[in-house]
Write a protein that binds this ligand. Structure first.
Ligand code: ATP
Ligand code: MG
Length: 725
């Protein structure tokens, strides 16, 4: 059998004389066994083609998980496979002496992290980075892993609060339906697409029991509240309320059966009556009582009615735009559900306040119809985003452990995958930037660090080329000039700037970057970034405005007047609180832009990840229609290319599978070495100097290798000696 651990095989074998089929048959002893190959480092030769065929054979045989060295490849079955996630199977992986020897599975990864956390050899925090494109199965995977830890790391005590006795892990699991109801939506690519990134830290005590968890979320796609692409939908919770509310609740929230809301497209696809009850139950378990729940749903109903407010064009610029006839009822209902005074609500949507001049005098200016619409949308997005953040904080206070009660954690990262649409804007730039950072983390942690370590240790090794994405990151976030800094600069200068001007500025300031491209055929001003996963064209129209994410201060002030208990919490009366000023006159106040906030949260996340031992799960979508038993080679191939899986397999196949910190190694094996030297015929006790050189922290892998072989050779004699009375 081809060597799988220390023999470095080159991908160029693929160009050799034999056909792929012959190669595989020779290795496997027959095509029929292709699906049995559960470790892609054993494929010979390792090429995109062989990896693809192996995955396809496994998919056809209902084998959805395959090892790829340090990465686990997870194919989405797009059908229920209950036996694959049963508690019995979880326990099997947990009880196995070597779970990695069982079939590849997310539970093997879960168990490995669980053992590493408690291991004396490597007692460090762990993280599992789940990646893949939309619909590939990231959220499903993280959910299953959370269930796994809930079983293997169950705490023995019950919590008695909110009149519900339950275990903490049950409460942690309950955070999923709530966060998915408020943060997920049906998109073209996934009926349950997460519209936010999530990092959950599962906290364990010294007895390896889960004592709590903490959730961090990233960049909720709040524009979805007011604007959905054709055939897509708003966040699930809106449909759940409309379908699942009781007759009385409907009356209370002004949601008559069959009512139509312009922010609620495609309601006919709803299957959400039952989901509403699940969401409510889960909220209850998290400590959100029924009156608070009703308050949340009332506010959301208020937003739906807000979406039915439309203005007519004003004939005179000095006059405010008037409401369309059928919007009059909507504004009344919305104001009453949000407990806002009706006239100020209307006025805030129609009239803009401007501060100008040295004295910052206040002027009022009627808004155009488009501006009224923007202000209405801004109000809804503001409320929803604050509500979402508040929910996350409530969940955190319900599941977070006392800092003294936990010692280590396992982090699960489920972030949006790489995105490339016909029209890409700031959202895609942020998402793809996050993916570049995670790829760099992977490259730095695994590919580069491992190879550099081999070179330092003097091991026999031929370098495998991998794609380093530093140039792309320099282009996006580098200092002093990058795409982010230029967009931020435009926000700071607060000057009128067209989309074409922004394109020119980016192209001239960053012309030297190998990752910046230009589409000559594009009619819209745009630029191209060559990401590790492929080139993406970003349109510059609206980029600066989106980055500012301006909230007219009048809107915040209006919401602070609400008599609604929840809105009072979301918008407290705080004289210190300064919302971001709308562009006005000579204001040069520093603005915390979307990009700056995102960059800061990303850096924080990476710091946490760097402090852990990472594990990687790459989810792959076998087809974009979400169909079972359908493996489309082209689609899988592009995903394999995008994540650089073949390079990873090459390095893993050639690399050393076990890496133990030197100090831990010495502590663990010193006794064995002493025994070996005593047992080996003709051996002599090493002098202190010799011992120092054998075990010194500067000992290179190359010098340790023969020593380890000695130990291994002597082991049978040692075992015999130990067995002799
Ligand atoms: P997004 O980035 O849009 O949030 P995602 O990667 O999180 O996508 P999921 O929502 O986890 O994708 O998965 C999409 C759908 O695929 C699920 O709703 C489920 O129907 C199906 N699915 C994923 N993994 C599995 C699995 N292991 N077994 C059965 N079905 C699965
Ligand atoms: Mg998801």
């Amino acid at each position: 059998m081809a060597s799988q651990v220390n023999g470095h095989r080159s991908g160029s074998d693929a160009q050799g004389g034999k056909s792929l089929r012959e190669d595989l048959q020779e290795f496997l002893g027959g095509e029929a066994l292709l699906h049995e190959l559960d470790d892609l480092t054993k494929v010979n030769p390792v090429t995109l083609e062989t990896v693809l065929r192996c995955l396809q054979a496994r998919y056809a045989a209902d084998m959805f998980y395959t090892s790829a060295g340090c990465t686990l490849v997870a194919l989405n079955p797009f059908k229920p496979v209950p036996q694959l996630y049963s508690p019995a199977l979880m326990r099997e992986y947990h009880a196995a002496p070597q779970p990695q020897k069982l079939r590849p599975h997310i539970f093997a990864v879960g168990e490995q992290t669980y053992r590493n956390v408690q291991s004396l050899i490597e007692p460090v925090n762990q993280s599992i980075i789940v990646s893949g494109e939309s619909g590939a199965g990231k959220t499903w995977t993280s959910r299953c892993l959370m269930k796994f830890y809930a079983v293997v790391a169950a705490s023995p005590t019950s919590l008695e609060s909110h009149k519900i006795a339950e275990r903490i892990e049950q409460r942690i699991l309950n955070s999923n339906p709530v966060m998915e109801a408020f943060g997920n939506a049906c998109t073209l690519r996934n009926n349950n697409s997460s519209r936010f990134g999530k990092f959950i830290q599962l906290q364990l005590n010294s007895a390896q029991q889960m004592t709590g968890a903490a959730v961090q979320t990233y960049l909720l796609e709040k524009t979805r509240v007011t604007c959905q692409a054709s055939s897509e939908r708003n966040f699930h919770i809106f449909y759940q309320i409309c379908k699942g509310a009781s007759v009385d609740e409907r009356l209370q929230w002004h949601l008559p059966e069959g009512a139509s809301f312009s922010w609620l497209p495609n309601p006919e696809r709803t299957l959400e009556e039952d989901c509403f009850q699940v969401t409510r139950e889960a909220m209850l378990h998290l400590g959100i009582d029924i009156p608070t729940q009703n308050n949340i749903f009332q506010v959301l109903a208020g937003l739906l009615h807000l979406g039915n407010i439309w203005f007519a064009d004003s004939k005179d610029e000095a006059q405010s735009c008037q409401l369309m006839d059928d919007a009059k009822c909507s504004i009344r209902t919305s104001a009453s559900l949000l407990q806002l005074p009706e006239d100020p609500l209307l006025e805030t949507l129609q009239i803009r306040t401007i501060r100008a001049g040295r004295q910052q005098q206040v002027f009022q200016k009627p808004c155009s119809r488009a501006e009224c619409d923007t202000r209405r949308d801004c109000l809804a997005k503001l409320v929803y985003a604050r509500l979402f953040d508040w929910l996350v904080s409530v969940i955190n206070s319900s599941i977070c452990a006392d800092p003294d009660s936990w010692t280590t954690f396992i982090g699960l990262l489920d972030v949006y995958g790489f995105e490339s649409f016909p029209n890409n804007s700031l959202e895609q730039l942020c998402i793809n930037y996050a993916n570049e950072k995670l790829q760099q983390h992977f490259v730095a942690h695994y590919l580069r660090a491992q190879q550099e370590e081999y070179a330092v240790e003097g091991l026999d090794w031929s370098f495998v080329n991998y794609q380093d994405n530093q140039a792309c990151l320099d282009l996006i976030e580098g200092s002093p000039i990058s795409i982010c800094s230029l967009i931020n600069e435009e926000c700071r200068l607060n000057r009128p700037s067209s989309a074409a001007q922004l394109q020119t500025r980016i192209e001239s300031a960053l012309a030297g970057s190998p990752c910046l491209g230009h589409n000559k055929l594009s009619r819209e001003p745009s630029f191209i970034v060559v990401h590790y996963a492929g080139p993406v064209q970003y349109h510059t129209a609206g980029l600066v405005e989106k980055n500012k994410d301006p909230v007219p201060p009048e809107l915040t002030r209006l919401l602070q007047q609400s008599q609604d208990p929840l809105l009072k919490v979301l918008f407290p009366m705080d004289p210190e609180e300064k919302s971001q000023e709308e562009p006005s006159g000579q204001s040069r106040a520093p603005v915390l832009t979307v990009v700056s906030k995102f960059k800061a949260s990303l850096e924080q996340l990476l710091q946490v990840l760097h402090s852990t031992t990472p594990h990687y799960i790459r989810c792959i979508k076998p087809n974009s229609q979400g169909q079972a038993h359908t493996f489309l080679q082209e689609e899988v191939l592009s995903q394999l290319e995008a994540c650089g899986l073949v390079e990873t397999i090459h390095i893993s196949a050639a690399g050393f599978p076990i890496r133990i910190p030197h100090q831990n190694f010495v502590e663990r094996y010193e006794l064995l070495r002493r025994l070996c030297t005593r047992t080996s015929p003709g051996s002599h006790s090493p002098s202190p100097d010799e011992r120092h050189s054998e075990w010194s922290p500067h000992t290179k892998g190359a010098t340790l290798q023969p020593l380890l072989q000695d130990i291994l050779h002597t082991l049978p004699a040692l075992t015999q000696a130990a067995a002799t009375p």
